[in-house]
Ligand binder design. Structure first.
Ligand SMILES: OC[C@H]1O[C@](O)(CO)[C@@H](O)[C@@H]1O
Length: 525
């Protein structure tokens, strides 16, 4: 088999004793709920900005334009820059905040960042729900963005560090599952608040963000810190106790010693940001940039942000469109559960590759169906119902493929491949790149739809081809590998091996020998 991954002998290189204790399971469930705030916001904005009373109050010119629009070109109907700027500004705030969060996560612990994220997001929800003018709306959105930046930076790291390595995939994906549940909840909230008489339903939608904010704020107060982070902050004995508690055994010496060794290596690094540029971190840096970049270039947020708009474009009425958005939201959450089951069983690569192929086929089918119906000039005709349902079905297939591949793996893989000394900084890069391209896609989608027409989906399909090839050749399999053992995965990779110095491998060899296990040093083809 071509491609880079550990040898197909592929046994876990090392085994730590311990099991999935109820304590660690609860901690991971609570922490994963940090994804709710992000998801809620993704799902709520599109619906709110399509509510007439909201537009009339804050963006009257947009409202007049939409009302007065008599053109029949379906592709350009919703193109409004101010409105997209309002929606996507949040992602710029999150981008900056995740860099700040890196410092807090490293110096004060993962839990501190989660708490900070929850509190700030709560403030944003309150201001937005009470907003009387555009300035308040924007301040509120900036606070929401800061909260999201903090949570997204710390939660995936927290989960990957707490989880026993055999369940790391499943537990980490709890974060993405929460994101999808947040999106679905927001879609449902919008569906009902849009019907509230008196035109204040949007306030309920925006203030509703306080619910997920309270969950993560209160939850994080009760969470323990991760042993890795305790050791990093000179609390070795507390860390050993915590490790015993979360692994459900007294026999944690091997794992503990490995964490201490990783932490000692980490301590020698004074400038994690500058360090990231060193040659030996080239594979990590590449993944920290390309994985979130490709994740967003799947085009998923075209569907998440604009599903109601998209469905109206293909001829659904307003109510049916909101309902179809609920359906894609359901598919999104349900399919994420597949990856919770499969990531530790079938591996990350199989999910990436299958997901890529399925997304590609669905995108091509949607393109063909829309092209046949609207042609180049985007003239609306009466679309038969079965035809519209077919389009929705392919969009659901696309969403499902994303939801068990790039959606969860875009958080899981980066959070498990970085060595401790650069983990926090590299995770910030991952979040920042993710936010930057979420922003960019949100910002350019409507003008792109207007200009590229049905070709829009071809644009994203090209990226799906590129990312699938990238995974095939360059992303190693990381299932069932202890997190502080990853350097050997790179050392066994056909391409990345040359970047990893031998002494780094020796470090993990020593660790492995200390654990009484002789690791395999064979290099994969
Ligand atoms: O579930 C879809 C959502 O998941 C994300 O990729 C985050 O992982 C978002 O960008 C997207 O809106």
């Amino acid at each position: 088999m071509a491609g880079g991954f550990i040898s197909s002998a592929g046994n876990p290189m090392k085994e730590y004793p311990g099991r999935l204790t109820p304590f660690v399971l609860m901690a991971c469930i609570v922490a994963a709920m940090g994804g709710l705030i992000f998801g809620y916001d993704i799902g709520i904005s599109g619906g709110v900005t399509s509510m007439a009373p909201f537009l009339k109050k804050f963006f009257p010119s947009v409202y007049r334009k939409e009302e007065g629009d008599t053109s029949t070109n379906q592709y350009c109907k919703f193109d409004s820059q101010i409105l997209t700027m309002f929606t996507s500004s949040l992602y710029l705030a999150a981008l900056v905040a995740s860099i700040l969060a890196s410092w807090i996560t490293r110096k004060l612990g993962r839990k501190a960042s989660m708490l900070a994220g929850g509190v700030v997001f709560l403030g944003g929800a309150a201001i937005n729900g009470a907003a009387g003018n555009v300035a308040m709306l924007i301040v509120g959105r900036i606070l929401l963005g800061i909260g999201i930046g903090f949570a997204n930076q710390s939660v995936p790291l927290y989960l990957s560090e707490m989880a026993p390595y055999r369940y790391r995939g499943a537990l980490n994906i709890g974060f993405q599952l929460s994101i999808t549940i947040g999106i679905l909840a927001a879609n449902l909230v919008n569906y009902f608040t849009a019907k509230i008489e008196g035109g204040w339903g949007w306030r309920v939608s925006l203030a509703g963000a306080a619910v997920p904010a309270l969950i993560i704020t209160i939850g994080s107060l009760f969470l323990p810190n991760t042993p890795n982070s305790m050791i990093e902050r000179n609390q070795a004995e507390k860390a050993r106790e915590m490790l015993r508690r979360i692994r459900g055994t007294k026999d944690v010496n091997h794992e503990f010693n490995d964490l201490v060794a990783a932490s000692e290596a980490s301590r020698k690094v004074e400038h994690p940001w500058r360090n990231l540029l060193e040659r030996k971190y080239r594979p990590h840096l590449t993944m920290a940039i390309l994985i979130p970049f490709f994740q967003q270039l799947t085009g998923i947020n075209v569907v998440m942000f604009y599903a109601p708009v998209l469905f109206q474009t293909i001829g659904f009425g307003s109510n049916a469109s909101l309902m179809s958005a609920v359906i894609t939201g359901l598919v999104n959450a349900a399919a994420t559960i597949v990856s919770i089951y499969g990531s530790d069983k079938w591996g990350r690569r199989s999910l990436f590759l299958e997901g890529g192929a399925q997304m590609l086929i669905s995108q091509i089918m949607v393109t063909i169906l829309i092209a046949l119906q609207f042609g180049l000039d985007g003239q609306a005709t009466d679309i038969p119902q079965w035809y519209a349902i077919l389009v929705v079905a392919f969009i659901c297939l696309y969403v499902a493929a994303y939801a068990w591949s790039w959606g969860p793996l875009g958080w899981l893989v980066p959070s498990e491949i970085f060595p401790l000394e650069i983990r926090s900084a590299a995770q910030s890069i991952n979040v920042s790149v993710n936010m930057l391209f979420t922003f960019a896609v949100a910002q350019v989608f409507l003008p792109m739809l207007c200009h590229l027409k049905f070709g829009l989906f071809v644009f994203f399909a090209c990226f799906v081809v590129a990312m699938t090839i990238f995974v095939y050749f360059f992303v190693p399999e990381t299932k069932n590998i202890p997190i502080e053992e990853m350097s050997r995965v790179w050392k066994q990779h056909w391409y990345w091996a040359k970047f990893i110095p031998d002494q780094d491998l020796n470090r993990s060899l020593e660790m492995a020998n200390g654990a009484g296990k002789q690791p395999s040093t064979a290099t994969a083809p």
